[in-house]
Unconditional design. Structure first.
Length: 212
């Protein structure tokens, strides 16, 4: 628990610093600010930090800040009502282990998102319902609805040695994690049209991936 608390504190401090820098930048950009305007902006920052601290406790109680394996029976309860969740469907293979390593790192950096993983071959009902046909597949879930997938490594450069920042940028693009506006954007990498992963049997279902 101490390790998780430490990770939460570091992430909260990073976000708090970002908020503070944003407000300070706003102050510097505006000219002819009076004392009242400056005080208003300062109060705005304090309010944002207070709300962030409250959210930290909510995220911690909901199991954020770790990369946890669950089974298909636990899946629906774990994502119900969660604003942002990322779930890896995996098997015992090198591509899946690579993706696991990146997501574990991101789970510690992005406490605003719940990170989960499911052994696909032990979860036939869930993989069929969510139309998971290749491993690794990362399902991006927002408010109880699967909105997007990252399938294999094509979007991440098409190689095994892609950087965590490439995956982070892909997730932030759809709001699965908060964007780090102060981090240098990852370089564009051209996919080699080679899917790195294990192909499962495709399903014929074209229904939405939503669930109650």
């Amino acid at each position: 628990m101490a390790g998780i608390e430490g990770a939460f504190d570091q992430a909260v401090l990073a976000v708090a610093k970002q908020l503070e820098e944003q407000v300070d930048d706003e102050i510097h950009r505006l000219e002819n600010l009076g004392e009242d305007e400056v005080e208003t902006l300062r109060k705005k920052r304090v309010g944002e930090l207070r709300r962030l601290s409250e959210r930290k406790q909510e995220w911690l109680a909901a199991g954020h800040g770790e990369f946890r394996e669950i089974d298909e029976k636990e899946f629906f309860a774990d994502v119900k009502g969660v604003e942002r969740a990322v779930c890896l469907f995996f098997r015992d293979s090198m591509p899946c282990k690579i993706m696991e390593g990146h997501l574990k790192k991101l789970s510690e950096q992005h406490i605003e998102t719940k990170f989960l993983k499911v052994a696909a071959e032990k979860s036939p009902f869930l993989t069929d319902r969510l139309r998971v046909w290749m491993l690794p597949t990362v399902a991006i879930i927002k408010k109880g609805k699967v909105e997007d997938y990252v399938v294999g490594f094509d979007e991440l450069g098409g190689t095994n040695d892609f950087k965590t920042e490439i995956l982070e940028e892909r997730l932030s693009r759809v709001g699965a994690v908060f964007a780090d506006t102060h981090r240098k954007p990852p370089p564009n990498e051209t996919a080699k049209n080679v899917r790195k992963g294990f192909v499962m049997q495709k399903t014929a279902s074209d229904e939405d991936s939503d669930f109650d």
